[in-house]
Write a protein that binds this ligand. Sequence first.
Ligand SMILES: Nc1ncnc2c1ncn2[C@@H]1O[C@H](COP(=O)(O)OP(=O)(O)O)[C@@H](O)[C@H]1O
Ligand SMILES: [Mg+2]
Length: 308
Amino acid sequence: MKIVSVINYKGGVGKTTVTANIAAELAMRGKKILIIDLDPQTNLTFSFIRPADWEKNFAERRTIKESFDSLLEGKNFDITKLIYAPSRVKVALAGRGNIDIICSHLGLINVDLELATLLGGANMRQSKQNFIRVHRRLADGLAEMEDDAYDVVLIDCPPNFNIVTKTAIVASDYILVPTRPDYLSTLGIDYLIRNVASLVADYNDYAKEGPAVTEEIQPATIGIVFNMIQERSEAPISAQQTYMQQVRRQSGLTVFTSYIKRNDTLFASAPESGVPVVLQSHSGGTYRSVVEGLEEVTTEFAGSIGLV
Ligand SMILES: Nc1ncnc2c1ncn2[C@@H]1O[C@H](COP(=O)(O)OP(=O)(O)O)[C@@H](O)[C@H]1O
Ligand SMILES: [Mg+2]
């Protein structure tokens, strides 16, 4: 089971779109995928589940918020109870691999403040232990699962670096950073990578004084995948190439050679249909070329996490 956080501070760069489409394409290739929506904006959730369904069957007791709420009550929690197999994408997969989801909740936005009250302690040692306990919430939940329950777990992170986001980093083997090729979207990448490194350093330092022997974490940054690329003559337009090259030179991270093309029509309507773009069937060269980009990105992704 490989656990991957999809993260960027910036909203609207394609975290959710990348998560949904990589998950869908890997499932099409026969893999067992779990996606976890950690963003209170619940976009990933509503890309697979109808809002009325969510309201009726999930809102009350079946979202990732339950896991954090029970931590606040000092209780253990079995996150497998949250897992659900959304039906529309299942039909599209026609018996190949599968996608399960753990939904998010709008109320997750308040959870960070509440979790912060669990940090600190009477002395340094207790503070460190509390830090580990809180930040391991998601990791501990996932560790309860059989290792072969899923090939890949993809966590769609919110655009911040609050405690809930940090629980995703702590749980992850890998980090994937989607971005758009524009100034503001690429600006925060360095800062993000520095913050991840500092979280990992703190965690590993505190882990030594954990309640039990707590293993060190070492999430590897897979790299950056560009989204919303506009092409001319089958190459990104020059304004975008400027930012792509800049990120390649300055970030020191791997940048995927494949990218996701911009297509407002296809990507705007996919969430409502419950089936990611890569699994839809449309005719026409434009659709085909968008799907090819998504397939290539997925192949690079699979290679970078050693998925066979
Ligand atoms: N390649 C693309 N072409 C056109 N629109 C896109 C593309 N990728 C994402 N979008 C749209 O941009 C918006 C933001 O994407 P989203 O994946 O939700 O970003 P994030 O999760 O980082 O906030 C959504 O409305 C989505 O449909
Ligand atoms: Mg999102």
